[in-house]
Structure formats: C-alpha cells, structure tokens
Design a protein around this ligand. Structure first.
Ligand code: AMP
Ligand code: ZN
Length: 290
C-alpha cells in the first residue's frame, strides 16, 4: 500500500476517506481535518483562553497536541480522581505531555474536596461512573472559571457521541442536544463554555496521530469502567459500513431544515415540495411511453 500523496510506504488506510497515507503525510492531513472542523462548527475562537482537560488517554492527548500545533492559547487540566494505580499512571503521562508540548499543567485533586472515586466505588458500586462524571464536570467548570479560562475543551470523539446517542435512543431516553453539540455556550455567568474540538475525529485517527508524533499517552483503562458495549456495536457498524460514524454524526449536528409555507402542485393540487409534486413528475415522464 502506497501513500496517495507522495508514494512512500503508507502506514494507514483511512477507509472512511478512501485514502492511504504515509508517516509524513498523515499528521498534516489530520491537523487540517481538525482545523477545518473547528472553523466550520465555530468550536473555538482564535483569541480565547482554553483549558484542555486531559486524562492521559490518546484522545485528549491528541487534542492538546493539535490545539497547541494550531497556535491556540491553552493550558492543561488533569483531575486526580483517586483511582489507585490508574490515576498514578495517568498523572505520569500528563506530566510528560506537558513537558513534551511545553504547555502548563494544572492538577486538581478530588481528595482535596474530601473523597476519591475509589471510595465512591466501595460505597455505591453501580453509580460510580455517574458520580465520577459529576465530579469531573464540577471541577472542570469551577477550576476553569476561577482561573479565568473562557472555555473548557474535552477530547470527546465521533464514536463517543454516536454511541452515546444510540445507547440513549435504544434505552428509550431523551437525548439532550447539548451532549451532542461541539460547543455549548454558558447559560449563566458561573458556567464556562464547553468545547469538543475532536468531535468529528475518530479514535483510530487520534491514535495514529499520537503514535506518529510520539505524543505521550497511556493505554491503561479505568478499573471501574463497565464494558463499552455500545462503543463496540458502533465499531462493528463502522467495520461493515466504512464512513458510518462520520455520516451519522453529520446528520446529528445538522440543524433541522426550516419549512416555509405549504405548497400545492399546480397540476393536481396535492401537497408538493416544489411547483409540481413528485407524483405528477413521475406520471408525466411515463405517460407518453405507453
Ligand atoms: P471520559 O468521560 O473518560 O470518556 O473522558 C472524556 C473527556 O473528559 C476526555 O477526553 C478528557 O478531555 C476529559 N477527562 C477525562 N478524565 C479526565 C481527568 N481525570 N482529568 C481531566 N480531564 C479528564
Ligand atoms: Zn506520503
């Protein structure tokens, strides 16, 4: 397999785009995609101070690296949730990341608020993930506001958004649009804007970027996280229908089309989307053929 741009040996075959790229051409391609997505959806403003929330995983490491590369004004935030060895390893990685990118790292420890996620897990097993999510959102917003940041950016990916949507729809739950949007403006002065600069990027694309650019990340996973069943279903659909995740996402974020006044077909008088209804157009085409 050869690089479509330069002909060297390709390292990745991007089925969603139908192209293969080499080690040198891939980062350029990736950065350009992120840049275009940020512009198109108004995810970040040129001059604002951005707090990039990093977990040590490939996605948020890729996000921090690409934002820095694109010249945004960023600092990192790592939240020590107190999850045993996992938190220790994640902290080592984000410290590395901060050095590697030459970007300031801020660390907030949940323990300083009186508890850890490991303690939550011992006390109320089933609710651990939602409690952890509450703690992360609280700290991101409070630290962000108190430190004068205009927006908090997270490393959510296209698969995160699509699997979240499908899981909720399949479970009969209403899906709040904010969760799907690439940027949410504050509805109160105590709230900091939230952005997902990688919301159109796939996990595979982020992984390739951190690998090719030698950006620090860890493969370690949270010991309390349940099996990502809906994610796996989404991977499986993508495997069978390349491009599914990106197309689905595009459909989710597209604003609903506005309806003007109802129109009527000038031939038969039924409801039509144009001057003549689709049925009359069809009839006219075939009428003469008999
Ligand atoms: P998750 O909810 O674990 O899927 O993570 C979603 C996003 O939240 C990540 O991409 C990060 O931007 C952010 N995040 C997760 N864990 C942490 C953490 N411990 N500290 C800071 N940010 C985090
Ligand atoms: Zn190439």
């Amino acid at each position: 397999m050869k690089c479509k741009r330069c002909g060297k040996k390709a390292i990745a075959n991007l089925r969603a785009y139908g192209i293969a790229l080499c080690e040198e051409c891939y980062p350029e391609f990736y950065i350009r995609l992120v840049k275009r997505s940020i512009k198109r959806h108004g995810i970040l403003k040129e001059s604002e101070r951005i707090l990039a929330a990093v977990s040590g995983g490939k996605d948020s490491s890729a996000m921090a690296a690409v934002l820095k590369e694109l010249g945004y004004d960023i600092e990192l935030l790592y939240i020590d949730l107190g999850i045993g060895e996992y938190s220790k390893e994640s902290e080592r990685v984000v410290k590395d990341l901060s050095k590697n990118l030459d970007v300031k790292l801020n660390i907030v420890r949940l323990k300083d608020y009186g508890f850890t996620v490991d303690e939550v897990a011992r006390g109320m097993r089933r609710k651990t993930c939602s409690a952890c999510g509450t703690a992360k959102r609280y700290i991101m917003n409070r630290f962000g506001r108190e430190s004068g940041f205009e927006v908090v950016a997270t490393g959510h990916t296209a698969e995160d958004i699509v699997s979240f949507y499908i899981k909720n729809v399949a479970g009969g739950a209403k899906v709040w649009a904010e969760k799907l949007m690439p940027r949410n403006e504050p509805f109160d002065e105590k709230i900091v804007a939230r952005a997902k600069p990688l919301f159109e990027m796939s996990e595979k694309e982020n992984m390739l970027y951190v690998l090719v650019e030698n950006i620090p990340y860890t493969l370690m996973e949270c010991p309390h996280a349940p099996k990502p069943e809906w994610k796996e279903i989404v991977y499986e659909i993508e495997r069978r229908k390349p491009g599914f995740v990106k197309n689905f996402l595009r459909g989710l974020v597209r604003p609903a089309e506005e309806f003007d006044e109802t129109r009527y077909c000038k031939i038969c008088g039924e409801v039509a989307s144009g001057e003549i209804c689709a049925f009359c157009k069809l009839r006219m085409r075939f009428e003469g053929l008999r």
